[in-house]
Design a protein around this ligand. Structure first.
Ligand SMILES: [Fe+2]
Length: 297
């Protein structure tokens, strides 16, 4: 779909509450309909001490406490994509608060790729059935009285979607803050030219559209930040702003990605997130294990 065909409504102005996770530099959001108690939770985080193999829920519990304090009703748990740098807490939050779990329908491509990487057996379904809803480009859904839509934005991964709710867009890893640029495009199924095209779709939204980042690393010592606008990204984004061409971007992105280390949590993150945030099934003794594929990633 081209940007002009999406059902943008800038008159709808959701209340957006951010939860920053310092361990993974991820920002999760509770997005509330101002006209009701309905909300959506975007890109939650489950805590892991990978060295110890220990899972905890401090970050998710803070979101749950906020939802309960304010008397909100969770209608949706949205994953912008299969994250490679943190584990999703969506099933944990869903168990406590309800709501439907949604991701882009190309999750099946990611499941197929990483099902092979992790040598999963046939019990690992590659059909997206771990989720309640698989969004296609342009699909709409309701958060209370607000109509939200999903915009297909591949490039960082094949299943990335930007979710737009009124005048707020949750960009996942398509864009970082203007001084942070863009996310890498070298994971399996990623592609720098495709990412550039997806970013242009985001930048074709109205200039006043609020953009909410999934990550921020506070480049050059600035404080962590997560909110900007389409207008500011168009003008100032160091990778795509100020009229940089697709050729410039692809060359820069490809050279930069070749120098990046794998994210610290990529191995546990992919195994859990490709299952919608659930651990692999326990063994016959009730114990749960994650794998480390050697010399594969
Ligand atoms: Fe990501």
């Amino acid at each position: 779909m081209s940007s002009s065909n999406y059902p943008v409504d800038m008159t709808v102005k959701p209340d957006v509450k951010a939860f920053f996770d310092p361990a993974t530099n991820t920002i999760s959001y509770v997005v509330k309909d101002p006209a009701s108690n309905s909300c959506a939770v975007v890109d939650s985080v489950m805590d892991i001490d990978y060295a110890a193999g220990r899972i905890t829920y401090d970050h998710a519990d803070a979101i749950i406490a906020h939802v309960r304090d304010k008397g909100l009703e969770v209608e949706w748990l949205i994953e912008t994509h299969v994250h490679a740098d943190h584990l999703s807490a969506a099933p944990y939050i869903q168990q406590k608060l309800g709501g439907k779990l949604g991701i882009g329908d190309k999750i099946t491509v990611v499941q197929d790729t990483f099902g092979k990487v992790f040598n999963e057996g046939t019990e690992f379904q590659r059909d997206g059935s771990q989720f309640d809803r698989l969004f296609k480009d342009g699909d709409t859904y309701q958060v209370g009285g607000m109509t939200a839509f999903a915009m297909y934005t591949p490039g960082h991964t094949p299943a990335c979607m930007v979710h737009v709710i009124g005048n707020a867009a949750f960009v996942g890893d398509t864009l970082f803050m203007p001084d942070g640029g863009s996310a890498r495009a070298d994971f399996p199924g990623g592609d720098a030219a495709t990412l550039y095209d997806s970013i242009q779709k985001v930048l074709a939204l109205p200039d006043e559209m609020r953009l909410f980042m999934c990550h921020d690393y506070g480049p050059n010592g600035r404080d962590i930040a997560w909110e900007t606008t389409v207008g500011a990204e168009k003008e100032h984004n160091i990778h795509v702003g100020g009229g940089k061409t697709k050729e410039d971007f692809v060359k820069f992105r490809t050279e930069r990605d070749a120098q990046l280390d794998m994210p610290k949590l990529i191995i546990p993150s992919l195994q859990v997130n490709m299952r919608g945030g659930k651990m692999p099934p326990a063994d016959e003794n009730g114990k749960t294990f994650l794998k480390v594929p050697v010399n594969t990633l």
